[in-house]
Design a protein around this ligand. Structure first.
Ligand code: SAM
Length: 214
């Protein structure tokens, strides 16, 4: 099913704003093993930035901030979250993850921040939930607001595919997202990439890339 909603709210964003996204947020406990696994993954991702660490970071689709909770202890950076689900935004504030002025209501294809507003912008398990028709506009927005680094942590498939997600169709899409980024912006420099294997990390077989803007 086509979407063609560039810059507008898609069916997929409405899905995450609604009951599905709120139930996901209630289920998504930031427990110790989750946080420890993310510390390991982010320590690897950020290794290539040690000479020039980011001083501001935006997570696009932060939910209740499992990544941001970890990043706050790993880097000295001003953190921002963009998140369409109201319950998740409330948790970010109630749990003291971020101050209210750093929590933005919105979605990837229309980010309410200025060009180059942050040093590093990233998604983790979010591009997979964006309809292919909206993916280019979403990546262009992430590229626009990031001044130095882009990080992408997603499910990988060498061919684009749509797979059922908890009984729903048209809400989970896999592909080679690293390749998608490079095809869209050939001047991005690949600083590093890696894989968080479920058997060793507990994370969900996540493939990650870190790119530098020229
Ligand atoms: C699977 S969760 C991942 C949460 C978090 N990034 C993590 O790694 O734990 C997907 C999150 O992205 C949000 N989301 C879905 N579509 C989005 C979009 N188009 N733009 C920004 N966020 C979106 C959802 O509301 C949800 O909080």
């Amino acid at each position: 099913m086509s979407n063609d909603t560039t810059g507008k709210e898609s069916r997929q964003v409405a899905f995450w704003r609604g009951a599905f996204g709120t139930t996901y947020t209630q289920r998504n406990a930031p427990d110790d093993w989750q946080l420890r696994s993310r510390v390991r993954m982010w320590s690897e991702i950020l290794r290539s930035t040690v000479g020039a660490p980011p001083t501001s970071i935006l997570e696009v689709g932060a939910n209740l901030g499992i990544n941001l909770r970890v990043l706050g202890s790993l880097v000295d950076a001003k953190l921002h979250a963009l998140e369409p689900n109201a319950a998740a935004r409330a948790r970010l504030e109630e749990d003291g993850v971020l101050p209210a002025d750093a929590i933005h209501d919105g979605f990837a294809s229309a980010i309410p921040l200025a060009d180059g507003a942050v040093d590093l912008a990233f998604t983790s398990g979010v591009l997979i939930h964006i309809h292919p028709d909206d993916l280019e506009a979403s990546c262009r927005e992430i590229h626009r607001v990031a001044s130095r680094y882009i990080v992408c942590v997603e499910y990988f498939s060498d061919k684009p595919e749509s797979i059922p997600y908890r009984g729903h169709d048209d809400v989970l899409f896999k592909r080679d997202f690293g390749g998608f980024w490079l095809d869209l912006f050939p001047d991005l420099q690949v600083l590093d990439y890696g894989f968080a294997w479920k058997r060793m990390t507990g994370l969900d077989n996540l493939t990650w890339w870190i790119f530098a803007k020229p």
